[in-house]
Design a protein around this ligand. Structure first.
Ligand SMILES: Cc1ncc(C[n+]2csc(CCOP(=O)(O)OP(=O)(O)O)c2C)c(N)n1
Length: 357
């Protein structure tokens, strides 16, 4: 595809600029109905973030990692892939999961500490992975397996800029390259790994150029431009299905909110920086494009907002009605035989709970 710009030998693709003006030469041909779905999916994720945040603040949910600002990195590729493709997330991909049809109730329950929230069902969606970059190895493994089984499925995995400093990431890219695994490695470069800025993560000019060392394709995309993320993911998937192997996509984006609900970003980044990125908000940009195109109007915007608000209210209620999660769950599912020291911790936790009553 024609490339907008080449930086440090790495292609950089942008279709919607910061103001929401489209480059007609690069504009993908997406039916209006699908464009509207993409907009709704972004809005849904944005509003779910707010709900999850409130649930945490009032003590009904645990730590939550918001998507705010990174919706285009997730909703675009989710629309570019097939249901039979594999989704291997880290912990910041609520927008992708929801677009893939994951129930918001299940998502809320995960953040309430309920094992049901991470239960693998009969889909090709893997559960949340907290150990940074570990999921990239799982993605390579799935890609190698689909090759052996001769299945025409593509795997997409997500990880942050900080994850590229982990050995797992390098192992995953190396073997994906050697075995030509049909994997899309989507790096959400949101500029920070908690408080550590991207510049302290690596001396490389870009993260995408790391692909070169592993003999695979690497490119940068404007991660706040949903038309571009859709397009690069579609092309990477097509390449992978034709036996062209893996692609590393570096999505340049920004975390508009907190790292998680236990973070205070004002301690490590300036208000001016955040304000600059607010102007590049991926939803604002896409909305302008849809308004210009006549796909969206103010009435439709209100209609979508109302529908999402109503749905989310119901989903929150449903999740809360499922009740509180027993502390014991924290100690289940890891060991077949729970070690003595963990048994002691459980006893103490139960004593404390008893004391509160
Ligand atoms: C192996 C490992 N080390 C440390 C942590 C603690 N931790 C949680 S999130 C995080 C930063 C991750 O940053 P990045 O990969 O850029 O992703 P982001 O959170 O910005 O999406 C760290 C260090 C962890 N979860 N796993």
């Amino acid at each position: 595809m024609p490339v907008k710009e080449v930086k440090e030998g790495v292609e950089h693709i942008q279709i919607l600029d910061k103001e929401g003006n489209v480059d007609e030469e690069l504009e993908p041909d997406i039916p209006d109905e699908k464009l509207l779905e993409m907009y709704r999916d972004m809005m849904y994720a944005r509003k779910l973030d707010e709900k999850a945040f409130k649930l945490q603040r009032r003590g009904d949910a645990g730590t939550y990692a918001p998507v705010k600002g990174e919706e285009a990195c997730q909703v675009g590729p989710a629309h570019a892939l097939e249901e039979s493709d594999w989704f291997v997330p880290s912990f910041r991909e609520a927008a992708f999961a929801l677009t893939r049809g994951m129930s918001p109730v299940k998502l809320f329950r995960y953040f309430m500490g309920d094992p049901y929230g991470n239960k693998v069902e009969d889909t090709h969606n893997l559960p949340v992975s907290i150990p940074i970059a570990s999921q990239t190895l799982h993605a390579t493994g799935i890609g190698m397996a689909t090759n052996i089984k001769d299945e025409n499925e593509v795997t997409i995995t997500y990880f942050g800029d900080g994850a590229t400093s982990q050995g797992d990431f390098h192992g995953a890219l190396n073997f994906a390259g050697v075995y030509e695994a049909p994997v899309i490695f989507f790096n959400q470069n949101n500029r920070y790994a908690i408080s550590v800025p991207r510049e302290k993560q690596t001396a490389s000019e870009t993260l995408a150029q790391k692909a070169k060392a592993y003999g695979i394709k690497g490119l940068q995309v404007d991660g706040n431009d949903i038309l571009a993320t859709y397009k690069v993911a579609s092309e990477a998937a097509e390449r992978a299905r034709k036996g062209g192997g893996p692609t590393l996509i570096e999505g340049l984006t920004y975390r508009l909110g907190v790292h998680t609900t236990s973070d205070d970003p004002s301690r490590y980044r300036s208000e001016e920086e955040v304000e600059k990125w607010k102007k590049r908000d991926p939803i604002k940009r896409f909305k302008k494009y849809l308004l210009d195109k006549g796909v969206l109007d103010e009435e439709k915007i209100d209609e979508i907002n109302e529908e999402i608000d109503k749905d989310l209210e119901e989903k929150v209620e449903e999740a809360l009605e499922m009740g509180s999660v027993e502390t014991e769950n924290m100690f289940k599912h890891v060991y077949d035989e729970v070690p003595q020291r963990l048994k002691k911790q459980l006893e103490k936790a139960k004593e404390r709970e008893g004391g509160d009553n």
